[in-house]
Unconditional design. Structure first.
Length: 263
C-alpha cells in the first residue's frame, strides 16, 4: 500500500508537470503532420501515419522517461521533502519503487492517448474502423517495454548522480543500445583480442534496445506500418530481457540509494 500511495502521488505530480504537456503537444502535432503527409502520399497513406505515429510514441516516451525520471529523486532532495519521507515508516527501496511505478502510470497514459490519436487518424483516412488497425498494438507494447527500461536507467543514474549527468548517461545508453548488435559484429571482424573482448563486453553489458524492434528484419515497427504483427516469441523474448534488466537496475538503484547520505 505504501508503494502504491507513493506511485499515485508521483502520478499526480507528473500530470501537473509542464514538461509533460509540452512533449505530449509536440507528439500530437507530429501525428497531425503525419496525417497531412499521408494524404499527400498516394498508396502509402496509412504506412506514413503509422510510422511517424509510432516514432512519435517512442521519442516522446523516451524524453518523458528521461527528463521526468531524473527529477523524481532530485526534486524531493531539493524541496527537502526527502527528510520527511525517510523519517516515516517507508523504506528507501519502497520510495524508489513507488516513484518508478508512478512514472510508468504516466507513460502508460501518454502511450494510450497517442495510440488513440493514431487510431483516429487511421479512421479519418480510411473512412471507417478496421480491426486490422489493432495490429499496431504489439509494436506499441514493445515500445512501452523499452520505456520501462529507459525509466529504470534514468532512476538508476539519478540515485547517485546529478540531473544533467543522469540525462546524458541515460540518453547515451539509449542511443548506443540501438547499435548494440554492431558491437558483436565488430568483435567478430576484429583481429585484436583486446578489441574483440571489449566489444563483446559492451555487447553483453549495455542494454540492447534493438531487442524491442525485433532482432530480425522487418522490425516490429516496420511490420506495424504494414499492419502486420511480430512473432509471439519476439514479444516474449523482448519482455523477458527488458524485465530482467529492469529488475537488476532497480535493485542496484535501491542498494545505492539505501547508502546515500542526505545530510
Amino acid at each position: 500500500m505504501k508503494v502504491l500511495w507513493i506511485a499515485g502521488n508521483t502520478f499526480r505530480e507528473n500530470i501537473r508537470d509542464k514538461v509533460l504537456y509540452n512533449l505530449v503537444t509536440v507528439a500530437f502535432l507530429l501525428v497531425g503532420g503525419a496525417l497531412l503527409l499521408g494524404e499527400l502520399s498516394i498508396g502509402y497513406e496509412m504506412k506514413i501515419i503509422i510510422d511517424i505515429g509510432m516514432a512519435s510514441v517512442s521519442l516522446t516516451g523516451v524524453l518523458i522517461a528521461v527528463f521526468i525520471g531524473i527529477s523524481l529523486v532530485q526534486k524531493e532532495i531539493e524541496k527537502r521533502t526527502i527528510y520527511n519521507i525517510v523519517s516515516k515508516p517507508v523504506s528507501r527501496h519502497q520510495f524508489l519503487l513507488g516513484k518508478f511505478l508512478g512514472l510508468l502510470f504516466t507513460l502508460a497514459v501518454n502511450v494510450s492517448l497517442m495510440v488513440m490519436a493514431i487510431f483516429a487518424a487511421l479512421i479519418y483516412l480510411n473512412g471507417r474502423w478496421d480491426w486490422s488497425f489493432l495490429n499496431i498494438l504489439p509494436a506499441t507494447l514493445l515500445i512501452f517495454m523499452e520505456l520501462v527500461l529507459v525509466t529504470a536507467l534514468s532512476l538508476f543514474f539519478s540515485s547517485f548522480s546529478t540531473p544533467v549527468l543522469s540525462a546524458v548517461f541515460t540518453l547515451s545508453l539509449w542511443v548506443a543500445g540501438h547499435f548494440n548488435n554492431d558491437f558483436l559484429s565488430f568483435a567478430k571482424l576484429s583481429k585484436s583480442p583486446v578489441a574483440e573482448f571489449t566489444c563483446r563486453l559492451l555487447y553483453y553489458l549495455l542494454p540492447n534496445f534493438s531487442n524491442f524492434d525485433s532482432n530480425a528484419a522487418p522490425t516490429a515497427i516496420q511490420q506495424a506500418g504494414y499492419l502486420q504483427t511480430p512473432e509471439p516469441v519476439v514479444l516474449l523474448a523482448a519482455f523477458a530481457y527488458g524485465s530482467l534488466y529492469t529488475v537488476l537496475l532497480l535493485a542496484a538503484a535501491a542498494g545505492i540509494f539505501e547508502r546515500r547520505d542526505f545530510k
